[in-house]
Design a protein around this ligand. Structure first.
Ligand code: SAH
Length: 281
């Protein structure tokens, strides 16, 4: 254990945090552990005490949490006081030593050095992440495939708008349809870029995804679903009837006649996917 780190870690009382104190802690720890921050891994630490408290409230009483990108482990440490077990998956090996030291203080934290995109999410774990923005779409597809029951993630503000977008709006697209098919999605709160150190170039939003008990489509049709939505939304302003006839060789269901692609509801798209799947079978 590097000198003084113990007192730093033990001072992480969620009720007594301040922005200034958190920035000092981040600076001290990165220096002590000789960590060089890497932009390409989206390393922006959360230093907003109000945001941290709201996250803690959301995670209070959780059983098993998988944290993607624990970084210095400050949130990991804080969360471990309100949930039974926390596993952190961190891609950057240079955080290994500090994360090991944090684990030393808590017997309910475990850390794995791995790329979260290649890591199989253990069953029934809910996910928390101050997510690096570059993996947002891929990780959400992974949540869908691996049946993650619940995920609390920070995403770029504009991406949050896409996740909750309704048919007909300019934000509505493939990602909205995919996520809304499997999850009830809620924007919890918007976070300014100044909630992070160093600040990213965009604002963020904390989003909660809760798995629907009856998803609109089965996981076995997911591949077809992704192909169909990808094709449809490459013609988002076109008439659905034409796209279906020209590219999928199927007749448009009567109730979708006259609609444009971006006006299709999640249920409309599910019915198209079912048609495509039944044609292939
Ligand atoms: N949880 C900390 C740090 C968030 S910054 C906090 O909120 O303060 C994002 C973290 O995700 C960094 O530690 C970064 O190294 C890590 N990361 C980036 N890409 C990753 C990936 N593919 N898999 C796992 N961790 C990743």
């Amino acid at each position: 254990m590097i000198g003084n780190v113990r007192s730093i870690i033990e001072s992480l009382d969620v009720d007594k945090l301040s922005r200034r104190k958190l920035i000092i802690i981040v600076k001290r720890l990165t220096k002590k552990y000789n960590i060089k921050l890497r932009k390409r891994y989206g390393q922006h630490f959360l230093i907003d005490p109000a945001a941290i408290r709201r996250i803690v409230d959301q995670l209070r009483g959780c059983d098993k949490v998988l944290e993607i990108g624990p970084g210095l482990g400050l949130l990991t440490y804080i969360i471990s006081h309100v949930s039974r077990l926390v596993i952190g998956v961190e891609i950057d090996r240079s955080f290994m030593r500090i994360l090991k030291d944090i684990c030393y203080y808590r017997n309910n934290i475990d850390v794995v050095i791995a790329d979260a995109l290649k890591f199989k999410i253990p069953r029934s774990f809910q996910v928390f992440s101050n997510l690096p923005f570059y993996i947002t779409s891929d990780i959400i597809v992974k949540f869908v495939r691996e049946e993650v029951p619940k995920a609390l993630i920070t995403v770029q503000k504009e991406v949050a708008n896409r996740l909750v977008a309704s048919p007909g709006s300019s934000d509505y697209g493939r990602l909205s349809v995919l996520v809304q098919c499997f999850y009830n999605v809620r924007k919890v709160f918007v976070m300014s870029r100044l909630s992070f150190y160093p600040p990213p170039e965009v604002d963020a939003c904390l989003v909660l995804l809760e798995r629907k008990s009856e998803p609109c489509i089965s996981i076995s049709s997911l591949e077809a679903f992704e192909k169909v939505t990808s094709l449809l939304f490459s013609f988002r302003n076109k008439n659905v009837e034409k796209v279906l006839r020209n590219y999928l060789n199927i007749h448009v269901p009567d109730d979708l006649r006259g609609k444009r692609v971006f006006e299709l509801s999640v249920d409309d798209i599910v019915s198209i996917v079912k048609l495509v799947v039944s044609c292939v079978e």
